[in-house]
Design a protein around this ligand. Structure first.
Ligand code: SF4
Length: 379
């Protein structure tokens, strides 16, 4: 149902992202990297939970040495684990780590912190050269909290997303000029709306570059999952996103929830179970329904969503969006952008047409009224 952007293939260890490959789900170890036993345990738990890529941070030489020891131990337990190192401030650690990892993430804003006199383009060339020589992919990981200071200084007329997008575009162009195309880009913010805006702008300019999606500092579940879901629904439904991470504030023994949440969000989007209005098709009937949660007051909602699908089949070739939402809390707002929106209460289903409420109807009456409004819209 979802058309994916025709992005480049990027090989990361034994995994490939981009060009229609399944969206890879990743997570990151939250243990101190120098605690090799604890990090190994978390890494294996994430692998067991189905993580496609696992990230480990390295901030200094002790971290780098621990990560190398970790990789050696994995050779016995799980040699095919795909590991990405998250370089913090010290980009030169890449020299120690490139032979031992599958992917290197660098933050363009952090490249300014060490060896300040050295131009950032030289540093990118250095990283690309190491990655190429050691069979690694790169991620240009732009983060709202640590944007390239030159871009921030430029102001961009108060457009808070522009510095992130321009930084990602500059680094992409720099890597391309170096002849290194085995990279993906991420643009993260704690505000899902800014993530949507940034990732869409970048995809418009560089649709062929694979994107890693994520909302940073999303928080604890369930709110953290919901924030992330909002961003992913709007991006993945537009074909954007080749790998994802759901960042959650959870205890170390609960980190596997990042993987299950990521897989659930992808599955829901593919099934049209979304909480915000998205457009899968510009030229056909677009039917969406929320995945339901504890706020549903009448389980008849699930049957109703199915019945709406059956009853509206005749309209399949019309560019109309129908949203069916499970509750009175989020339903009214989440149906605003739909042509026809329904949201369910304990005894009545509310109906809205292009933002205007038509009324509340009994469960056994709503389908007839929906049908009337739909035929009217088509006419
Ligand atoms: S619309 Fe309501 S019932 Fe559906 S997922 Fe959102 S909060 Fe839950």
């Amino acid at each position: 149902m979802i058309r994916r952007n025709a992005t480049r293939e990027v090989k990361i260890g034994n995994l490939t992202i981009g060009n229609g490959h399944p969206i890879a789900v990743q997570s990151m170890c939250a243990t101190p990297t120098t605690d090799v036993a604890a990090t190994l345990e978390q890494l294996l738990a994430l692998r067991e939970a189905g993580a496609d890529i696992i990230r480990v941070a390295a901030d200094n030489k002790k971290d780098a040495a621990a990560l190398i020891a970790l990789r050696r131990q994995l050779e016995e337990a799980a040699a095919d684990t795909v590991i990405s190192v998250d370089l913090q401030e010290n980009y030169r650690l890449a020299e120690m780590l490139a032979p031992h990892v599958d992917k290197i993430r660098y933050n363009p804003g952090h490249l300014y912190h060490h060896e300040r006199a050295r131009p950032w383009r030289d540093k990118v060339a250095y990283l690309a050269d190491l990655a190429a020589r050691h069979d690694c992919a790169l991620r240009v990981g732009v983060n709202a909290g640590s944007v390239d200071p030159e871009r921030l200084a430029a102001g961009h007329g108060g457009d808070s997303v522009a510095p992130m997008v321009i930084s990602a575009l500059q680094h992409s162009e720099c890597l391309d000029r170096l002849g290194f195309t085995r990279y993906c880009v991420s643009l993260k913010d704690s505000d899902p709306r800014k993530v949507i805006d940034a990732c869409r702008r970048f995809a418009e300019a560089r649709p062929e570059v694979p994107q890693h999606l994520g909302v940073t500092e999303a928080g604890m579940p369930p709110e953290g999952i919901e924030k992330t879901r909002i961003a992913f629904e709007q991006l993945i439904s537009r074909g954007i996103g080749d790998t994802i991470r759901v960042s959650l504030t959870v205890r170390n023994d609960q980190k596997h929830r990042e993987i299950s949440a990521g897989r659930q969000i992808i599955e829901d989007i593919h099934a049209g179970r979304v909480r915000s209005v998205v457009r899968f098709n510009d030229d056909r009937l677009n039917l969406i329904s929320c995945p339901s949660c504890s706020r549903v007051e009448n389980q008849a909602f699930v049957d109703l969503a199915q019945q709406v699908r059956e009853r509206t089949r005749y309209a399949r070739d019309h560019a109309i969006t129908i949203a069916v939402m499970g509750c009175r809390v989020n339903g009214p707002g989440e149906t605003d952008d739909a042509d026809l929106g329904l949201w369910c209460g304990p005894h009545y289903v509310n109906l809205k047409r292009r933002g205007e409420k038509i009324g509340a109807f009994k469960y056994d009456q709503i389908l007839d009224r929906l049908d009337r409004e739909l035929r009217d819209l088509i006419d």
